[in-house]
Design a protein around this ligand. Sequence first.
Ligand SMILES: NC(=O)c1ccc[n+]([C@@H]2O[C@H](COP(=O)([O-])OP(=O)(O)OC[C@H]3O[C@@H](n4cnc5c(N)ncnc54)[C@H](O)[C@@H]3O)[C@@H](O)[C@H]2O)c1
Length: 339
Amino acid sequence: MINVGVIGLGMMGNTHLDVYANLEGVKVVAVADRDPKRLAGEDRAGGNIEGQAQGGFDLQSVARYAEGDELIADPSVQVIDLCAPTPAHLALGEAALASGKHLLIEKPLARTAADAKRLADAADQAAGLAMPAMCMRFWPGWTWLKRVIDEQAYGRVLAATFRRVAQHPGGPFYENGDACGGAILDLHIHDTDFIQHCFGPPRRVFSRGYSKITNTVDHVVTQYEYDGVPLVTAEGGWAMADGFGFSMRYTVNFERATAVFDLAAEHPLTLHEPGKEAQPIELEPGMGYAHEIAYFLDCVRKGEAPSVVTMRDAARAVRIIEAEAQSIASGEPVTFESA
Ligand SMILES: NC(=O)c1ccc[n+]([C@@H]2O[C@H](COP(=O)([O-])OP(=O)(O)OC[C@H]3O[C@@H](n4cnc5c(N)ncnc54)[C@H](O)[C@@H]3O)[C@@H](O)[C@H]2O)c1
């Protein structure tokens, strides 16, 4: 049995608690939140995707701490699951890594690229294993895409377009651009990271964007330049009108097929091949969060460092986002130094 402690009982903490409740061989033994109502289970944060953060976990049955540091010091906790707001990732992440326990840390790895590098450096020195929770690398339909790109099952990629747009989630953390980093860091990083997962670090980025809700970028479109792939773009934003909800899509055009993913569709993934009927692709059940957590626990059981996503990958994703923000500010493409 692996004992887990979850820090931060917001949208993400609740999402992870749901996952642990449905997994074998793992037990949540402690939770921490500064907000007494959340710690008491009186105020439950919901999710932005249907089926997420259902709040079925009984908080009364576990140790409860007001501060993340107290949970990190609890000797019964083996795996620390850090779901606190982004600005708290650096201090709590460094404390968790120094404790010798294993760490699953929410994306974005940190508020700035410099802080994210510090965490990746600390993870290199840590006795425990560490993994950033880049859930798209585990999302059914997206794992399929990564596999067919790697295998060149339908030939080379000619164009890949990702789109993740939503109404604003609300709440003090997401309304504070200095804290959350705007949609460009908080939301769009999912696609930026998935793009580097599929195609490596881009040579240059060219972005446009605007602010509507926070003092940072709330809606961005980026073109990622590669030598081997003609067209890679991603749009991310939470500036849509209330009632819009949440939309997550991709369209990838291969030499011999076109793949379309739309989370809202009855069959989210469809493959179009010339001369054939459009074919719905059967997907594994569950959301990326469940597959990501199951994978990390498996790494912990085996004592193997995670390879699907590393702390360095997550730190690089924050650096690419900063290059995108720089491109928006300057109006010019920005060369990305991948080293
Ligand atoms: N993987 C994803 O798809 C995804 C989705 C949403 C959010 N996130 C990330 O998860 C993190 C949390 O987001 P959220 O929506 O759950 O935020 P939230 O504001 O709803 O919840 C965070 C909670 O952490 C608590 N907290 C703050 N500092 C603390 C401390 N030092 N010790 C203990 N508790 C503390 C707050 O009281 C709050 O209840 C952010 O980094 C966010 O970017 C990831």
